[in-house]
Design a protein around this ligand. Sequence first.
Ligand code: SF4
Length: 196
Amino acid sequence: MNILLHQCCGPCSIYPVITMQAQGHNITTYFFNHNIHPVQEYYKRMEGAVLVSRHYNIKCIVEDYYGLVEFLRQNVYHENERCKYCYERRLLKTAEKAKELRMDAFSSSLLYSKMQNHEVIKETAEKAAKKYNIPFYYYDFREGWQNGIDISKELEIYRQNYCGCIYSEEDRFLSQLSKKYAKKYEEINEYYESIK
Ligand code: SF4
């Protein structure tokens, strides 16, 4: 089958690409991720995704859309429900693109991540498939979690350390850094007190 694979980033797409190629499918990757912030991170991940596609000789379509403003407007006052919207926007866009390109099906590297809500992704993709009348290729790529990590390190593909949106960056780093800097301020204050 000709499958359009939504590529959330380089590392997550490695195992899905290897698996689908081994099954004899013809893959085209599609980078559309309005949820990655800030700008420098967005381009690092885009570059990683393109490098993976090139490495596996895959045609890669990049929708270069930095969507911070849209993302914030859509999630304001209900930030804790943002993931559902985030999946929906990207998967609907992928299904629409797959239809436009006359693909046989679409899929997503989001199905590889152990950090994402797999069931919500699957349900959302099924709804997108119905809306655009195009099959959704489902596979539980989480089985290749370690394999994908190992290959991404061998290929030296940029590996991110938070999910993508600025809220997830805060979740990942705020408490850790605030403790670290509180300790530093304490040490500096203690030092100046000691030399008074
Ligand atoms: S935490 Fe991740 S999946 Fe959820 S909204 Fe942010 S980028 Fe999207």
